[in-house]
Design a protein around this ligand. Structure first.
Ligand SMILES: [Zn+2]
Ligand SMILES: [Zn+2]
Length: 93
């Protein structure tokens, strides 16, 4: 976990790797934790202007990636039942 899952950079004191709950809003934080939907991303990708908390595109990119990971071991129905919506379009699934 010494590198960023989004930009691939290595952790350093000025841009440390932080934990981010991929589906953190609306009380989903605990569920993200339970299903290991927690990403390790650098401070810039986390809270920077193009980071997941400020840029919708970056946020969606990460949410889609983790839905793919989840669906390797679960069904889409389970995903939607737990996290409330589907982030993947039909073409992407
Ligand atoms: Zn990064
Ligand atoms: Zn976060």
């Amino acid at each position: 976990m010494g590198w960023c899952e989004l930009c691939g950079c290595f952790s350093d004191p000025f841009n440390p790797i932080e934990r981010h709950h991929v589906y953190g809003g609306n009380g989903k934080r605990k569920l993200s934790e339970k299903y290991h939907m927690v990403a390790h991303i650098c401070a810039r990708c986390h809270r920077g202007t193009k980071g997941v908390h400020n840029d919708r595109e970056t946020d969606l990119r990460l949410k889609r990636r983790y839905q793919h990971i989840f669906e390797e071991t679960h069904t889409r129905e389970e995903f939607m039942a737990i996290f409330g919506r589907n982030y993947l379009t039909e073409e992407e699934s």
